[in-house]
Design a protein around this ligand. Structure first.
Ligand code: PLP
Length: 394
């Protein structure tokens, strides 16, 4: 059975060019980049080249790029650093949104119990940030603002550059979780005032377990890790050399291809949405009226469980995600869809399709053909569908 992989916001295939670039660093060029000898020094030189490629994708300086182990580490470091450098004036307020990834949301919730005050900003029905509430939330004791660039579930894009300007005017450190944005939309750190930005390799066709924290020159920073002074002492720990080199290659590919790949992926995403919209009544495309990533489609199907759709699609080799966070045996609709005010019976039937340049028209045709009978089959056994007026019109 062929796999139709439409779950690229969860993780992506490592590009063949990236794998090729990485392989020598496991068995031939395995030196430690910090070593004095030239065997290790060569690897150090290659790390510098990778750093240049990452910097080039986001318009950064090379000394603003810190390699980490993942997006989660970058997110946690950014918040904890901003709190540490603001500890002396006693600033204990964090502004974030109600739709952040758990790498930010979970940390903020934990900090609530430690005396920090957190403002979780609202979003509207399309997932857009409440900018008035944001402006009002900035206070004299605000240590840091953390707002995601693009949402992992809906693809909705926040106006982070505008939000950073407002924070900057008040001297507040601004961080953005750009894990889903980097490589999918153009980003130029030279044209904004964002202090810190998180990247995760496995979302842009590099391997898992490699991330970046961009820290703008002049931003006060406190490192999380203490040890061997790697990354100019800002993130100790022997570098994951092969993965850093792989990430460099993935960023180089993104610089070359971002425009044409975005147009390609958006065409397929729109084809998928139009195709299923024509064939399936009672669906809602979440974030449809907002500015969205070109690859993401989050769709709610009324009167069915998202998990049930996923299981039946899985039997046909189609991989996607549901909008539910299955925790401790319950399948509550995701906090993102709940924050958007989507009614329970819609939110519980949500599926996220996230595409990449490796998807094809044939794959999208396959999903458009197979999904309607799956939804129909599930609705036929749904008690609420049987009594709904929509059924009569279907
Ligand atoms: N932030 C966002 C928006 C994400 O989508 C993810 C991963 O899904 C992360 C952070 C965490 O990244 P990582 O898996 O590299 O820790």
């Amino acid at each position: 059975m062929k796999t139709v992989y439409l779950d690229n916001n969860a993780t992506t295939k490592v590009a063949p060019e990236v794998i090729k670039e990485m392989l020598p660093y496991f068995d031939e060029l395995y030196g430690n980049p910090s070593s004095i000898h030239s065997f290790g020094g060569y690897v150090g030189k290659k790390l510098s080249e990778a750093r240049e490629k990452v910097a080039s994708l986001i318009g950064a300086e090379t000394d603003e790029v810190i390699f980490t182990s993942c997006g989660t580490e970058s997110d946690n470091t950014a918040i904890l650093s901003a709190l540490a450098v603001n500890a002396t004036p006693g600033k204990q307020h964090i502004v974030t949104s109600s739709v952040e990834h758990l790498a930010i949301k979970g940390l903020c919730e934990r900090l609530t119990g430690k005396g920090y005050r957190i403002t979780f900003l609202d979003v509207d029905g399309d997932g857009n940030l409440d900018m008035d509430q944001y402006k009002k939330s900035l206070a004299d004791d605000t240590a840091v603002v953390s707002l995601m660039w693009a949402n992992n579930e809906t693809g909705v894009i926040f106006p982070v550059e505008q939000a950073a300007r407002l924070a900057h005017e008040r001297g507040i450190i601004f961080h953005t979780d750009a894990v889903q944005a980097v490589g999918k939309i153009p980003i130029n750190m030279k044209s904004n005032t964002i202090n810190m930005l998180s990247i995760s390799g496995h979302k842009l066709h590099a391997p898992k377990g490699i991330g970046v924290l961009y820290v703008r020159r002049g931003t006060r920073f406190s490192s999380l890790m203490t040890g061997g002074h790697q990354e100019r002492g800002l993130r100790s720990g022997t570098e994951n050399t092969a993965s850093i080199i792989g990430l460099g290659k993935a960023c180089e590919l993104a610089v070359e291809n971002i425009e044409k790949e975005n147009a390609y992926v958006k065409r397929l995403r729109d084809k998928l949405e139009n195709g299923i919209q024509k064939r399936i009544p009672g669906l809602r495309i979440n974030g449809e009226n907002a500015l969205r990533l070109p690859n993401t489609s989050n769709t709610s199907f009324q009167f069915v469980e998202g998990e049930s759709i996923l299981l039946l699609m899985d039997q046909l080799g189609i991989c996607a995600s549901s909008g539910s966070a299955c925790t401790s045996g319950s399948s509550d609709p995701s906090h993102v869809l709940r924050a958007m005010g989507i009614p329970y019976n819609l939110a519980a039937g949500s599926i996220r399709f996230s595409l990449s340049v490796y998807n094809t028209d044939e794959e999208i045709d396959f999903v458009i053909e197979k999904l309607p009978p799956i939804v129909e089959r599930l609705r036929n056994i749904s008690p609420s569908w049987k009594t709904s007026s929509m059924r009569a019109n279907a």
